[in-house]
Design a binder for this molecule. Structure first.
Ligand code: FAD
Ligand code: NAD
Length: 475
């Protein structure tokens, strides 16, 4: 095998593997180096997303949601379920199978595209040389014309609450519990805290979520955050805001978490603790001497708007660079870089990156929220439509939440769309497309939506922007 490639991608997550495939589609010779190893030591492409993030978390969210619905919704359908039982081992096995299918799929895609997969560690050296060390410790020097760094991120640790891989775990550990912890403490009410807190709460864990900020979901629209808080409370997630964790005392059978809030000092005694206070860029061992690649003050690889690093012909994408830590953002950057390398035009629209939180109800948004727009002094108009007024949502026994559209008061251009409700993560795609094409609320108003669908809520919310909704009161 040649040691010279047009492109070497370091990192095989949702930033790296699509970059490698697109570069190969563009007729370039490509190698993708990935160092991921599973708990049993086996290597796997796919990075955090496929192995320990998006995919396994969604598998468990689905299983636990089905249990919750069987327990709490089926009766309303006239379905009596007796003696429903949980088999966590089976649930975890299903999740593991889905992960394996997905990660092995990448190898098949590489083969079809002609990408050389290299499993082991990659280290960028000066002059776009790459030192590759396989999992057996064998080292090789490779040469690339262009290098794409896609090394991802890792969980942040909380001083005083050290991970021990057993009682105090990160999100990966929380996806691997083999039994439901009777009492669980999640530190951080961010996306991971709410998703994984929901999983284990639905499966029966008494769940306390400690959040340092006084506000829940500050990045979401205020009305959405308020509605979400009601649903989390109804689920039984005990979210305590303004809670600053000071220490963890690990006993033989339990962990005591000490925290302070405005009212003083408190403690909570639990069986397991999940620390989910954010992630930081992972670049350990990635850069040799004199590569010219610079990191910023927070440890992210410095890039410009086209993902060019400070070194010529070296690019970086995904969680290791600025911007939201989302798989689809990483993917778009990876693909765009592979096209730019081949001399093709490519653009990532950072103003239209959707965010989805896969709780029940789901939460999804794109663009700016009402608070941000008002703070910026922008003249806006808004329209909302409740799922309670949607025939399809009622038929699904899922009438919670609403769809909200914010448009510029003058031009009518859509500036933000915020959904909390059934399948919000699917519904938001229409809003992303609308914003990608600078659509106005009138454009959505004039678009025919099939009946009866949840998507009609988007249509009605657009009509409500001009107080012309048909199926709801126009306030
Ligand atoms: P990663 O996926 O982290 O991949 C980087 C890869 O590079 C890894 O395999 C790593 O081992 C490898 N690597 C690093 N350094 C080297 C080196 N020197 N040599 C060789 N290999 C190296 N995002 C969403 O959009 N939707 C979700 O629903 C979602 N759910 C999530 C749930 C959880 C529990 C977590 C933790 C994250 C979730 N995310 C989600 C975030 C998402 O996983 C990340 O944004 C995404 O994986 C980033 O992709 P990446 O390619 O930049 O990095
Ligand atoms: P996050 O930034 O979403 O949330 C972390 C939360 O922890 C914040 O609310 C923060 O205020 C709080 N916090 C920080 N320090 C704390 C402390 N000492 N005590 C208590 N609370 C504290 O981070 P995350 O939930 O860990 O997720 C990491 C990344 O993974 C995010 O960037 C997210 O976008 C991504 N992710 C995305 C999805 C999705 O798209 N559905 C799902 C999971 C993870």
């Amino acid at each position: 095998m040649s040691d010279n490639f047009d492109v070497i991608v370091i990192g095989g997550g949702p930033g790296g593997y699509p970059a490698a495939i697109r570069a190969a589609q563009n007729g370039l010779t490509v190698a993708c180096i990935d160092g991921w190893r599973n708990r049993d030591g086996s290597p796997a492409f796919g990075g955090t997303c496929l192995n320990a993030g998006c995919i396994p978390s969604k598998a468990l969210l689905e299983s636990s949601e089905l249990l919750h619905r069987a327990q709490h919704e089926f009766a309303a359908h006239g379905l009596r379920v007796e003696g429903i039982a949980m088999d966590i081992a089976k649930m975890q096995q299903r999740k593991a199978n889905i992960v394996r299918q997905s990660t092995q799929g990448i190898l098949a895609l590489f083969k079809a595209a002609g990408v050389t997969p290299l499993q082991g560690r990659g280290r960028l050296l000066a002059g776009r040389q790459v030192e590759f060390t396989d999992h057996a410790g064998q080292m090789r020097r490779l040469q690339a014309r262009q290098v794409v760094l896609a090394s991802g991120s890792e969980p942040m640790a909380l001083p005083g609450v050290p991970f021990d891989g057993d009682r105090i775990v990160d999100s990966w550990g929380a996806l691997e519990f083999q039994e439901v912890p009777p009492r669980l403490c999640v530190i951080g009410a961010g996306v991971i805290g709410l998703e994984l807190g929901s999983v284990w709460r639905r499966l029966g864990a008494e769940t306390v979520v400690l959040e340092a900020l006084e506000q829940l979901l500050p990045m979401a629209d205020g009305q959405v955050a308020k509605e979400a808080a009601r649903h989390f409370k109804r689920l039984g997630l005990d979210i305590r805001l303004g809670a600053r964790v000071t220490a963890a005392v690990v006993g033989e059978k339990e962990v005591t978490i000490r925290y302070t809030d405005a009212k003083g000092e408190h403690s909570v005694v639990v069986d397991r603790v999940v620390v989910a206070i954010g992630r930081r860029p992972f670049t350990a061992g990635l850069l040799g001497e004199d590569t010219g690649v610079q990191l910023d003050a927070r440890g992210f690889i410095e890039v410009d708007e086209h993902c060019r690093t400070t070194a010529a012909e070296v690019w970086a994408v995904g969680d290791c660079v600025r911007g939201p830590m989302l798989a689809h953002k990483a993917r778009e950057e990876g693909v765009a870089v592979a096209d730019r390398i081949a001399g093709r035009y490519a653009e990532v629209n950072y103003r239209a990156i959707p965010g989805v939180i896969y709780t029940a109800p789901e939460i999804a948004w794109v663009g700016q929220n009402e608070e941000q727009l008002r703070a910026a002094g922008r003249a806006i108009k808004t329209g909302s439509f409740p799922f309670a007024a949607s025939g399809r949502a009622r038929a699904m026994e899922a009438p919670a939440g609403f769809c909200k559209i914010i448009a510029d008061a003058g031009s009518d251009e859509i500036l933000g769309v915020h959904v909390i409700g059934p399948m919000a993560g699917e519904l938001i795609a229409e809003a992303v497309l609308a914003m990608e094409y600078s659509a106005s609320s009138e454009d959505l108003q004039r678009t025919i939506h099939a009946h009866p669908t949840l998507a009609e809520a988007m249509h009605e919310a657009a009509l409500a922007v001009d107080k012309r909704a048909i199926d709801a009161l126009n306030r």
